[in-house]
Design a protein around this ligand. Structure first.
Ligand code: NAI
Ligand code: MG
Length: 369
């Protein structure tokens, strides 16, 4: 058994700290009611770290992250730091975390809660019961490929360059994560790339097929061009179970899937790395949304995305399935009860603040346990 559960909390910028406060309530509840205690440390990331230390994440905080069993992050970024050079922007803190922790697999579930079927921009009959898992490759591709940069040409004009790069191993290991997940779900994987116009897409398709044929022949695998996948997500999202795709397409497709569910404020994510010899998998959990500067400081942000991210942390890093299931049921119960933060507001429902939503979840957990 894992006695000491080391969790590093990095609330970050904007609404990050506001929504994270609700996670603290839950950590306290788990301790009080279930005797599950975490050794929690806190650190700075993003703009708050730039303000305090001049860098988006310090080496000391990185060392803490490497030592932790899991990292829970709020959000980074905001207008205050947007004029800084790219290399020291808040987002670099997050990119460094992903890179140094070698978090190559980003899991983004898009689940439609029954009570929120009407919050989706799509018709209820298209969206009801939706449960998609998008597996996005996170440490390769065009966000990291070399060469990159902006260069000035001889004639004085400029050229911006980014390079899409994937190796056999990078593709195979993300494919394995997707196939493993599919086995616990509906046994279906759709791999999305642009093999019609990109060589890296051709390799992606061949290697995913190779992993399937050699290791997961039982899984129903299909290939789709990423632009078609974007269309299909809106036309008939129910056809998908697990979607596996690269860093760039995954960024876009997962945001699109996010909006199928109605609100960014509801969406958790997990980023997983390779397992070490003891079986411990490096992991970072964070809401899909950003720091929401337009509503920061108002106390109206939806804390459910970060709470559900913590739920994924309970499930995947600490094997606390019962508690993760309990949290999912509490979220369902509170939504069924008609409570809504502004972002998921519906006619006839009660508009509540971040804190009241957090309290309601705790009350529901009490009721259910
Ligand atoms: P955003 O996700 O912060 O906000 C988009 C829209 O969704 C806004 O209208 C916002 O009010 C709303 N929203 C987001 N989360 C919400 C919540 N929990 N409850 C209620 N409403 C919510 O994305 P945006 O505006 O593109 O970026 C704002 C800043 O956040 C930028 O600096 C960006 O770089 C950063 N960002 C950081 C991310 C991260 O930390 N992982 C991810 C995306 C953006
Ligand atoms: Mg995005």
């Amino acid at each position: 058994m894992n006695d000491k559960k080391n969790l590093l909390v990095l609330a970050g910028d904007g609404i990050g700290a506001e929504v994270m406060a609700e996670v603290w309530r839950l950590i306290d509840w788990l301790d009080r009611r279930r005797g599950i205690s975490f050794a929690v440390s806190e650190g700075l990331v993003g703009g708050v770290s730039i303000d305090a230390h001049g860098v988006p994440i310090t080496d000391a905080t990185m060392a803490q992250a490497l030592a932790a069993d899991a990292v829970l992050l709020g959000a980074v970024g905001g207008p205050k730091w947007e004029t800084l050079p790219f290399e020291v922007r808040p987002e670099r803190g997050l990119l460094r975390l992903r890179k140094d922790l070698e978090l190559f697999a980003n899991l983004r579930p898009a689940v439609v809660f029954d009570a929120l079927v009407d919050a989706s921009p799509l018709k209820a009959e298209i969206i009801r019961g939706l449960d998609i898992m998008i597996v996005r490759e996170l440490t390769g591709g065009v966000y990291f490929g070399q060469p990159r940069g902006i260069e000035t040409l001889a004639d004085g004009s400029r050229r911006g360059v980014n390079t899409q790069v994937y190796t056999t191993e990078e593709i195979r290991r993300i494919a394995r994560v997707a196939f493993d997940l599919a086995r616990k779900r509906q046994n279906r994987v759709c791999s999305a790339e642009k093999a019609n116009v990109m060589e890296s897409g051709v390799l992606w398709r061949e290697e995913v097929q190779w992993v399937h044929d050699n290791e997961y022949p039982d899984i129903d695998l299909s290939h789709m061009y990423a632009d078609n996948c974007a269309m299909q997500l809106v036309r008939n999202p129910g056809q998908f179970d697990v979607i596996v795709t690269d860093n760039l397409f995954g960024d876009i497709l997962s945001d699109e899937a996010a909006m199928l569910t109605g609100s960014l404020g509801m969406l958790p994510s997990a980023s997983l790395g390779a397992a070490d010899v003891s079986g411990r998998r490096r992991a970072l959990y964070e809401p899909v949304h950003g720091s929401a500067p337009d509503i920061a400081g108002k106390g109206i942000a939806n804390p459910l995305a970060v709470l559900l991210s913590f739920g994924m942390c309970l499930r995947y890093s600490f094997d606390l399935k019962a508690e993760a299931d309990l949290l999912d049921r509490a979220v369902n119960g509170v939504l069924d009860g008609g409570l809504r933060t502004a972002d998921i507001m519906q006619q006839g429902k009660a508009r509540i603040s971040t804190g009241v939503m957090g309290e309601a979840i705790i009350r529901e957990m009490d009721k259910l346990s």
